[in-house]
Design a protein around this ligand. Structure first.
Ligand code: ATP
Ligand code: MG
Length: 309
């Protein structure tokens, strides 16, 4: 085909598992055996989203890249924070792109850390001089490094809506002061570790979004409340901005290891798509699919130092 795989893919039927939920990218399953109510199977599809739309075209191998990269990072962060991974012994149909995880109660907060200013942070800064209430020096440009990394939480939006940046006080209203403060500290600790490891690979970690949950059984509660468990995907090109360090040049938008080709094409006259109109985006040309796939694979290979097979 000249248009990549057609999406609207259904969550695959998997023996032993019952499909319960689909986000934009992932399908969640629970065991057929109701006694095993403490785990969830998280399956990453090859779907891609941009501008709050799931596109009608998939990117081959994207689900495997995101899953393998998340697993690599979970390992490198395991002394800092517990994570949700139980096993990668998953049904053959989804091998490589699924993980059996602890079933958590997710905190309804997108935990964002930023070391550089761009995207929604830059937009907010230009309007208010601050991001989620954190004041920043004047005169910062797109792509500038921040004086120090900041925690800029957002609330999860419904499908098709933008996440909304909120102040830490709003997070405290939702989850309590202690949990809010621990989400902040843990997110910044993860950012710090990840930014250092990425830098070793010649990559700037501009920003990243984490999701945490709590074990509903409370089995890992400590003296200061429920343990925060790092869940979902971590430090992938879908959840993070990775910039090639040798091409970093503040004052313009930076080349990045993610959906850049997709966004550029969708907003070019060639696509014929009007972002402002309430219509779904068109299928991606094969060249955009292949270049995007190569970007995802390159991010994996550079960060991990391993070949993607
Ligand atoms: P949404 O789910 O809000 O549509 P999304 O489009 O980013 O967001 P996906 O990444 O496609 O969602 O789906 C993953 C879903 O699984 C998210 O809702 C995430 O919070 C949830 N999730 C991830 N790990 C766990 C876990 N261990 N236990 C329960 N839910 C989890
Ligand atoms: Mg997600």
């Amino acid at each position: 085909s000249t248009q990549g795989e057609t999406a609207h893919q259904q969550a695959p039927a998997l023996p032993g598992w019952r499909h319960t939920y689909s986000g934009k990218i992932r399908d969640l399953y629970v065991p057929d055996d109701d006694a095993a109510d403490d785990v969830v199977l998280v399956v990453a599809s090859d779907k891609i989203s941009a501008y709050d739309h799931v596109l009608p075209t998939t990117i081959p191998d994207k689900g495997r890249v995101l899953t393998q990269l998340s697993l690599w990072w979970f390992d490198r962060l395991s002394d800092l924070v517990e994570n949700h991974v139980v096993s990668t012994d998953v049904p053959a149909e989804v091998a490589g792109r699924a993980m059996i995880c602890r079933r958590l109660e997710m905190y309804p907060v997108e935990c964002v850390a930023r070391g550089y200013l761009t995207g929604s942070g830059l937009a907010e800064y230009r309007e208010t001089g601050a991001v989620t209430g954190i004041p920043l020096p004047s005169g910062l440009r797109d792509g500038d490094r921040l004086p120090e990394p900041i925690f800029t939480p957002a609330t999860k939006a419904e499908v098709g809506e933008h996440d909304e940046n909120v102040e830490l006080a709003r997070v405290a209203d939702m989850v309590g002061r202690d949990v809010a403060e621990r989400l902040r500290a843990t997110t910044l600790a993860v950012y710090d570790r990840a930014a250092t490891l990425a830098a070793d690979a010649g990559i700037l970690l501009a920003d990243t979004k984490l999701e945490f949950g709590a074990d509903p059984a409370g089995s890992s509660a400590g003296a200061d409340g429920p343990a925060l468990i790092l869940a979902d995907e971590v430090l992938t090109p879908d959840s993070s901005r990775f910039w090639p360090a040798d091409r970093w040049q503040p004052g313009r938008s930076q080349p990045s290891y993610d959906k850049q080709f997709v966004r550029d094409w969708l907003t070019s006259p060639e696509s014929g798509w009007d972002r402002a109109a309430d219509v779904p985006p068109p299928p991606l040309p094969e060249e955009v699919v292949q270049r995007t796939r190569a970007r995802y694979v390159e991010a994996y290979e550079r960060l991990t130092g391993q070949a993607f097979t």
